[in-house]
Design a protein around this ligand. Structure first.
Ligand code: NIG
Ligand code: FE
Length: 397
């Protein structure tokens, strides 16, 4: 290389995620310059660098990516959890005006500063597990001002910590109380007012296509408005029932369709044709005691990339551990270790439209790395509630 690197991590074992598997380089090294990976290869060929870090044979993966979270929210739903333990269902609670709407009440009452302060511990937990990129949705404001407040809070989290934040507008998450009985009126507000105002503050648009959320027609309007404003789309689809949301999202070129327990064959084919990532959320599967699994083998057979995320939210997945999500992906959904690790790196990057800049250890990408005290990458998925992170590197730092 022409000029020496700023920093070289040597004497490491690399799981680069380049190619179709873990992309292992035994006795490897990584060099970075100006926050970007400048060189990757065999330790013996490593270039010179101003700073040299001996990794003592530790494993290095790309910095982890949590591509679906509702990290910004106020309040707690512990009481609702207790009611569910008594046998009341998530849908019953939602139809009675609790669920998402109880978090909406708390989030509307919170200031932007409050939202940042209460989300920081959750963000720090993710960062502590080597997360370097995190997606954060709105969706608990449901007014123009409160949705923008959530998105601003999410952006501020990315300034408060060394982490890449991608924001997603989820104004079509639930029908707000003031629009009860007038879902179309609320969708008008989302399409004509909230989406246009979120341009520049949101990196993507999402919706909840579900019996307790929005119909396929309403969702279609939201996704079309997003695309018309130049925003890529994602969708909460086929979580509790099958409304053919994934196929609808795919028609809009969605980056991802998420949850997917009730996904069917036509939905899988549509996702494969549009290159839409299947983001699986095993924390929500676990916490709602869902019995139906996403059609993992059919997704594999169709070549649909699979990502895994925490879905960190107060109602269905109060969990801020990406390693636990990966472990659950293996245990509940029978994903392989390679699928789990690609699911929280390169395929999560794809789900955010960032596969050109993060998600693998390759020259030209951001120098986002996680260095682990493990003897094999499988340990990252195998251990439950363990955190073997040795060091985390964000943009070369
Ligand atoms: O991803 N499904 C809708 N949205 C969230 C749950 C939100 C909530 O219950 O607060 C989810 O599961
Ligand atoms: Fe979600």
């Amino acid at each position: 290389m022409p000029t020496p690197a700023d920093i070289l991590w040597r004497n490491a074992r690399l799981a680069t995620m380049a190619g179709d598997d873990l992309g292992v380089v035994e006795r490897g090294a990584v060099a970075a310059r100006g926050g970007t990976i400048a060189w990757v290869g065999a330790d013996a060929d490593a270039p010179d660098a101003a700073t040299i870090v001996d990794c003592d044979g530790r494993w290095i993966t790309p910095g982890l990516i949590d591509c679906h979270t509702h990290l910004v929210h106020a309040g707690s739903r512990a009481k609702e959890f207790e009611a569910r333990l008594d046998g009341v269902s998530y849908e019953e609670i939602a139809r009675a005006g609790g669920g998402i709407l109880s978090t909406v009440t708390a989030t509307r009452a919170a200031s932007e500063d409050d939202l940042v302060a209460t989300a920081l511990p959750r963000l720090d937990q993710l960062i502590g597990e080597g997360v370097t990129t995190v997606e954060i949705k709105s969706g608990y404001g449901l007014t123009l001002e409160d949705e923008l407040k959530m998105l601003r809070a999410a952006r501020r989290l990315g300034e408060a910590r060394g982490v890449r934040v991608r924001t997603t507008l989820l104004a079509a998450h639930a029908i707000p109380p003031e629009y009860r009985g007038d879902a179309e009126g609320y969708i008008d507000l989302v399409c004509n007012t909230i989406i246009p105002a979120a341009v520049g503050l949101a990196d993507a648009v999402d919706a909840f296509c579900e019996g307790i959320g929005f119909t396929a027609e309403q969702t279609d309007r939201v996704l079309a408005a997003a695309v018309a404003h130049g925003l890529p789309v994602k969708l909460h689809a086929e979580q509790l029932s099958n409304l053919s949301g994934a196929a609808l999202a795919a028609r809009h070129g969605a980056l991802s369709a998420d949850h997917l327990e009730h996904l069917d064959g036509p939905g899988i084919a549509a996702m494969a044709a549009s290159g839409t990532v299947a983001t699986l959320l095993p924390g929500a599967f676990y916490f709602t005691r869902e019995e139906r699994r996403p059609p993992v083998q059919a997704l594999r057979d169709a070549g649909v990339p699979i990502a895994i995320a925490t879905d960190c939210n107060p109602g269905t997945s109060p969990m801020a551990s990406i390693l636990l999500a990966a472990s659950m992906g293996a245990t509940f959904f029978r994903l392989t270790v390679t699928e789990c690790l690609r699911g929280i790196t390169i395929n999560a990057a794809r789900a955010l439209g960032l596969s050109g800049s993060v998600g693998t250890i390759e020259p030209g990408k951001a120098a986002d790395l996680a260095i682990w005290d493990v003897t094999d990458p499988a340990e990252l998925v195998y251990r439950i509630a363990a955190n073997p992170l040795h060091a985390r590197v964000f943009a070369g730092q």
